[in-house]
Each structure stands twice: as C-alpha cells, then as structure tokens.
Design a protein around this ligand. Structure first.
Ligand SMILES: [Cu+2]
Length: 164
C-alpha cells in the first residue's frame, strides 16, 4: 500500500501547484463608462485599469447624443449617438494616461481620463519559469503510477493464488 500512499501525497502536491498557477492568472476585466443623470458627464469620468483590460462605453436612451474620442485618436466611438456600445481593449505595452472627450460636450466639461497601469511582468515570467518543474514532475508521476499499478497487479495475483 505504500506506493499508493506516496502517489496520493504526490498528486496532492501536484494539484497544489496547479492551484498556485491558476491564482496567478490575471483575468482581463471590462470597465463600463456610461453617462450620468446630468446628461453632460461620463460616469465614472476617470478609471484606472491594467493592460489587457477593456473599457466599454455604453449608454442608451440618452436625451443628448454623445461619443468618446481619445485626444490622440487612440480610440473613437464614432459619431455622437443616443445609444453607444463601443469597447476598446488596452493591450500590453499600452500603459499610460489617456484623456478623452465627448466631442459635442467637451466645452461643457464632458471629459474623462483612463489610466492604464502596466500588467505585472511576473505573470508571464512565472508561467514559463514554473512550467518546466511541472513537466519534470510528470515522469515521476508516471513512474509512481506504474509502480502502484504493478503493486496492484501483484496484490491481484496474490489474491488469485490465495483463492486457488
Ligand atoms: Cu456628450
């Protein structure tokens, strides 16, 4: 029974490692920016996100038509409209500060700012650095699995011999 015990302990360790790896994954998020009840303000008007995240400009049934245009043309929701559903994803390397305006209402103060933080560089590095130990474990698991299979077979043989 010992090989089986060792195998279960090893499997537990392996699943623990997988849990750590999954915890390190950085899930991309979507932040929604809409228009508040004054009809002349973005809500929220300033957001802080991380590279890989998406900003979604979303409103409908507005009294006034709006759009969202980045000052340097990085993103542009198009013509002002009472209903807009426009998403823009800030890819890796796009960290920085992005100011945008609603063109018809910029002078009324309908402006906003998106701060994009760099994605943690450790994520990719860790993933590649921790991947080899996982694959190095695989032969050990296979060997132990084989050993426990053999011991099970041996037990089966012993039982058969006992019956006969
Ligand atoms: Cu507007």
């Amino acid at each position: 029974m010992r090989p089986l015990l060792v195998l279960s302990v090893l499997l537990l360790c392996t699943s623990g490692l997988q849990g750590d790896l999954m915890a390190q994954e950085d899930d991309p998020e979507t932040v929604v920016i809409t228009v508040d009840s004054t009809n002349l303000r973005f809500s929220p008007s300033s957001v802080s996100i991380t590279e890989g995240d998406t900003v979604r400009f979303f409103w409908s049934g507005q009294a006034l038509p709006h759009n969202a245009v980045e000052n340097n043309g990085v993103f542009d929701s198009g013509e002002p409209a009472r209903a807009v559903d426009y998403s823009f994803t800030f890819e890796r390397g796009m960290n920085g500060t992005y100011d945008f305006v609603c063109e018809p209402h910029a002078s009324a103060g309908m402006v906003g700012q998106i701060v994009v933080e760099p994605a943690p560089p450790l994520n990719e590095t860790n993933a590649t650095e921790e991947a080899p130990p996982m694959s190095e474990d695989t032969p050990a698991v296979t060997a132990l699995a084989t050993a426990s299979m053999l011991s099970l077979a041996w037990v089966a043989v012993q039982r058969r011999q006992g019956n006969g």
